[in-house]
Design a protein around this ligand. Structure first.
Ligand SMILES: Cc1ncc(COP(=O)(O)O)c(C=O)c1O
Length: 433
């Protein structure tokens, strides 16, 4: 999996000015592997060497419609004429807030710029509302770069200990160890363990924050009844249930995971697909909690929140979603899942396909069900990476890390599906045949 000569040459230069040559650690693959992207259009991106890829990373999920999507670009151009920041409410913020509430069923919403910001705010709101400080999260769930949640996101399994009492591991250096006193981390999908820990600690727990499905671990799904169990425990013990829908929101259904799984959280965080790739995020929730956000009560805001360009991008994206864009997304995802399953069957490759069609995961494992991060951690990552390496050579780009789902956009075509399934078979044959 090598980048072309032009990408490599530029990357050498970039590394002098940007640590690792990337503006987010997750983007670093290796000095000879990272691409320099020239442009994107629809379902494709082109690198500086002129090579085209069918894009299934989609910037880690945001590009729900397609790159440079005409309706989004037009709305932004129109909006730019009015200026960008006024530190007062503008018409696009109002429109976006109404659309989010109508599509998802949250009562009220505040805009932010990034997912990290919105989960940080949601946790603060939960703490303020409950007067408690601890957060409960799950292994392999990622909630952005804030210190409170960067625990047991992608821990080495050898270090996390016994699954009934996981050891807390920070995501790298620089996160104060004292914060671990405020974090409880558990394996996903274990109702009994969750109930036990909540009963022992509820007086300290402000929120249970979770991805509704593991968008950061191969799209592992919640087992039947698990989300309902979280809801029940939060109701019983006065804990705020935060659904982090930054990957699932406006992607797996118009109303996100709340609609898909028929569950109602107290607070919900959105970003990614909300703006088709522009920096816009949101914290939504029930009125009795959200209406407590006010000066002197709960601190929440930011200079760039609701800026015209980002809000206009979200406005156009939500219109496309309301008009049925996700049906195309789902149809393409289903085709790929069926095609990939057939190839695996033909070559007798043990696997589990996880998640909804719009963001499905592939786990190479002998297990029949993949329920939690530890199941993924024990799966065959080496073979997966080799298959993805072959796909890259053929111009197909899912992420090489099998934790990342294959993200689908409304711009992916039937021709893309045929090309990709054909390439997938060649790749599997090459690696395993
Ligand atoms: C579930 C989830 N929460 C939060 C974040 C952080 O979002 P951002 O990168 O916009 O800060 C991400 C990013 O991938 C995410 O997947």
């Amino acid at each position: 999996m090598h980048s072309g000569p032009k990408s490599r040459e530029i990357f050498e230069r970039v590394k002098q000015f940007i640590p690792c040559g990337v503006n987010s650690n997750f983007r670093y693959w290796g000095d000879n592997e990272n691409l320099i992207v020239k442009r994107g259009k629809g379902s494709y991106i082109w690198d500086e060497d002129g090579k085209r890829y069918v894009d299934y990373r989609l910037g880690f999920g945001p590009v729900i419609l397609g790159h440079a999507y005409p309706e989004v670009v037009d709305r932004i151009k129109e909006a730019l004429e009015m200026g960008n920041i006024f530190a007062m409410t503008n018409k696009y913020e109002i429109s976006v807030a109404e659309k989010i509430c109508n599509l998802t069923g949250v009562d009220m919403v505040r805009l932010a710029n990034t997912g990290t910001e919105s989960t940080m705010h949601a946790i603060r709101i939960a703490r303020a509302y409950t007067g408690r400080n601890k957060i409960l999260k799950f292994e392999g769930h990622y909630h952005g770069f804030n210190d409170y949640t960067l625990w047991n996101c992608y821990p080495p399994i050898s270090g996390t200990g016994y699954r009934r009492s996981p050891i807390l591991i920070p995501q790298g250096s620089g996160i104060p160890l004292s914060i671990s006193n405020l974090v409880i981390s558990l394996p996903f999908n274990d109702e009994e363990l969750l109930e036990k820990r909540v009963k022992e600690n509820w007086g300290d727990i402000a929120c249970i924050i979770m991805e509704p499905l593991q968008g950061n671990t191969a799209s592992i799904m919640p087992q039947k009844g698990f989300l309902e169990k979280v809801r029940e425990l939060c109701d019983e013990y006065g804990i705020v249930m935060i659904l982090d829908e930054i990957k699932t929101g406006f992607r797996i259904a118009r109303g996100g995971a709340q609609e898909y799984f028929n569950i109602k959280a107290d607070l919900v965080t959105y970003a990614k697909a909300l703006g088709n790739g522009f920096p816009v995020a949101a914290i939504g929730g029930k009125r009795h909690i959200m209406s407590e956000i006010a000066p002197g009560k709960i601190a929440l805001g930011g200079t760039y929140t609701g800026n015209v360009v980002s809000a206009a991008a979200a406005d156009a994206t939500l219109d496309a979603i309301a008009q049925g864009a996700l049906e195309k997304v789902d149809a393409h995802g289903k085709k790929l899942m069926e095609g990939i399953a057939k190839v695996f069957k033909k070559y007798s490759v043990p696997h589990v396909l996880t998640g909804p069609p719009s963001m499905f995961g592939i786990v190479l494992t002998e297990k029949n069900v993949v329920k939690e991060y530890r199941d993924w951690a024990e799966s065959d990552h080496t073979t997966y990476e080799k298959i993805i390496g072959k796909l890259f050579e053929m111009g197909v780009m899912p992420d090489k890390d099998s934790r990342e789902p294959w993200f689908i956009a409304a711009s992916h075509t039937d021709e893309d599906a045929r090309f990709v399934i054909d390439a997938f078979e060649k790749a599997v044959k090459d690696v395993l045949g």
